[in-house]
Ligand binder design. Sequence first.
Ligand code: SF4
Length: 456
Amino acid sequence: MLNYTSKEVAERSALRINPAKTCQPVGAMYAALGVYGCMPHSHGSQGCCSYHRTFLTRHFKDPAIAASSSFTEGASVFGGGSNLKTAMRNIFDIYDPKIIAVHTTCLSETIGDDLNAYITDYESKIPEGKYVVHTNTPSYVGSHITGYSNMIAGFIKYLSENTGKKNGKMALIPGFVNPGDMREMKRIAKLMGVDYTMLPDTSGVMDAPMTTHYEMYPKGGTTVEEIQDLGNCEMSLALGEIACDMPADVLEKKCKVPYETLALPIGVEYTDKYIMALNEFSKTEVPYALEEERGQLMDIMLDSNQYSNGKTCAIYGDPDTVLGITQLACEIGMVPKYVITGTPGSLFEKRANAILEKFGIEGSTVKANSDLFEMHQWIKNDPVDVMIGGSYGKAIARAEDIPLVRAGFPILDRYVHSYMPIVGYKGAMRLVELILTAIMDRMDRDCADEDFEVVM
Ligand code: SF4
């Protein structure tokens, strides 16, 4: 690999190499899969749709269903309106979903297709009790996180209604996390006595069990009725400022549901804040089960501090996830030297720098809209003890002989990760275990290299 100087790297402004993100429709498709009976629909070429489905399927190891407008040259020149209308008819006839969630692609955005007009024109032909919603996801803006936010907002804009009668519930909007994380957030909310609706909810969909027959629409997911009723919630809690603040704001503007935004509950402090927000809502005392988990986590962190304290790390991936992992890394005494996301936006840098400042860490490099190539150059100049992020860091970890902890999205070369939470105290325990295992495996290897006897 070429070794560019930091000046040359800094001058590369338009090109991304090995980006720490993917395109908007991937996030929109994932959000749509978190709605029960929903067929995500990609308005563009078949190639885009196939890529997005493959990407999600490779991470979750579960089939990500979606349909496509299948643009050809004609649609690219004259517009994709007739393709979309044919697609809606076929999808309702053949796959019988409750709802179709359409998102755009670069091509349909570039030619300026007016999805609002197409869907309104088709409204009278939508079968009774069925729905079509849409969002715009031009991939030359933002990342899959932007697409995820946009699709959630799309569901709210089309479906949520304030009937004037409150339902006593909290609307939970989770960041772009695995179904295992959504299950953990819900488990904690239940323990805290909170009646909630989570949107989206991919648990039971992207981690559905093996049965004797294929279910196109597995049992999980938020129902259309629940999305409609979101407008009657007492409040909403957005878990992940960068991914979820916007949809919560849309719900407030449309249905007057006040909201609070928190960081993704990764690590001790952020999980404490999540539990305190639930406590504020339900007035239910924190049950012993959660106190016990917190105490166990503290015990683990203290016992193992001699191994994690002072170790440097590079953290990369989705912004809310990276912020949560950075917080946890600092809590166990590590020094996050490089903290990057591929998703653009200055808020990430502001929040990451605030975490580092809080823990008295100086001299780290924090960057949004960055890429793994750039991070690799920094690591070459000044290495770290551990890398934490998705599978695309694997080649860097191998080239620089640095242990890689796989956490976040995408993880394409491992199994089970999407079932196991990294949020909550339980999730923090798992992350700490993964990090410690990476550090201690390396110590064992170094000892073996130097012909030391390992004494346990
Ligand atoms: S053309 Fe755009 S929407 Fe399609 S795969 Fe590429 S970046 Fe994604």
